[in-house]
Design a protein around this ligand. Structure first.
Ligand code: SF4
Length: 303
């Protein structure tokens, strides 16, 4: 347990950083509605929404989603179109389909509940190591490290002052875990990365500045070369993401003929709209029937 011996960082260094982070955790804490909850479904939904969308944009859709689908069976019973409508504005709608598929699997094979074992979580559609560990830690208080882009930066800069491969980052994150109150510790790491140890770090006000190796030892920023630290997301305006968002929003009001849809999206190239509609049909997010294109499962919609 602990795994401190598999990383080159000294045990004393890890203990000192761990203590300092715990002392700073109240100061770092963000007022996010899903923090401190123990409902595994509510946590899973928040983590899937947060995969590619900022906390600010997730708050309201998350509330609306849980109001409509308070548990996996209520989501499983609904047509995919209802889930996609609630996803509108979050982008990357494949995540909505994956969550809907997950709700069906949970209802069919897990008694309508979210499983606690990381292996079972990883078998669900759209659930990768980050999401599986986050649910296992925050909902079930398991002793697993939650490692996302933000935490990857903290580890590379403050704890190691070296760039980290995925396995090195995971080993270091695990070695850093305390023996108890692991969920609170994981949350503090996420809070530190999200608020201070950002792509452009805010070292000036950082409560961990006195315990940060990169700040103490200097050198090139090790975070950008570390695995798991993502590049800045591509520009939204003019992107396929924007066009796809427009298509999903238009069809959220009801099915349309391809001609009307292209007219409604006349700001974009018609061929591009057609190609992206075809992609969305292939992904199972849209369907075509009676010469109309609409959200999948949206049987009653027409215009
Ligand atoms: S001092 Fe700067 S680099 Fe170090 S943990 Fe804080 S924000 Fe990150």
């Amino acid at each position: 347990m602990g795994g401190a011996s598999v990383v080159p960082e000294s045990v004393e260094g890890l203990v000192s950083f761990r203590r300092a982070l715990r002392r700073a955790s109240a100061e770092l804490s963000r007022a996010l509605p899903w923090i401190g909850l123990e409902d595994p479904w509510a946590i899973l939904v928040s983590e899937v929404m947060l995969q590619q969308t900022s906390t600010l944009r997730v708050r309201e859709p998350w509330r609306a989603f849980l109001q409509r689908f308070p548990d996996p069976p209520s989501c499983a019973r609904a047509p995919l179109a209802d889930v996609l409508r609630l996803w509108s504005g979050l982008g990357f709608p494949r995540r909505a389909k994956a969550l809907h598929d997950t709700a069906r699997i949970l209802t069919r094979h897990h008694g309508g509940s979210v499983p606690s074992r990381v292996e079972d979580l990883l078998a669900l559609p759209g659930v990768g190591p980050y999401t599986a560990h986050a649910v296992a830690s925050f909902a079930f208080h398991q002793r697993v490290a939650v490692l996302d882009t933000n935490v990857g930066r903290v580890l590379a800069r403050a704890v190691a002052n070296r760039s980290l491969t995925p396995s090195a980052a995971q080993a270091l994150a695990t070695a850093l875990l305390p023996r108890d109150r692991v969920a609170a510790f994981n949350q503090a790491m996420l809070d530190l990365g999200a608020q201070f140890c950002r792509a452009t770090p805010r070292c000036g006000g950082c409560p961990l500045a006195g315990h940060c190796r990169w700040r103490r030892e200097g050198g090139d920023d090790p975070a950008p070369r570390s695995a798991g630290v993502s590049r800045t997301q591509a520009r939204f305006t003019g992107s396929d993401r924007q066009v796809r968002g427009g298509i999903m929003k238009c069809l959220g009001t009801g099915a349309m003929s391809p001609h009307h849809l292209r007219r409604a999206l006349s700001d974009f190239d018609a061929l591009r709209v057609t190609t992206l509609v075809d992609d969305l049909i292939r992904d199972g997010l849209l369907e075509q029937r009676d010469g109309l294109v609409g959200l999948s499962g949206d049987g009653g919609a027409s215009r």
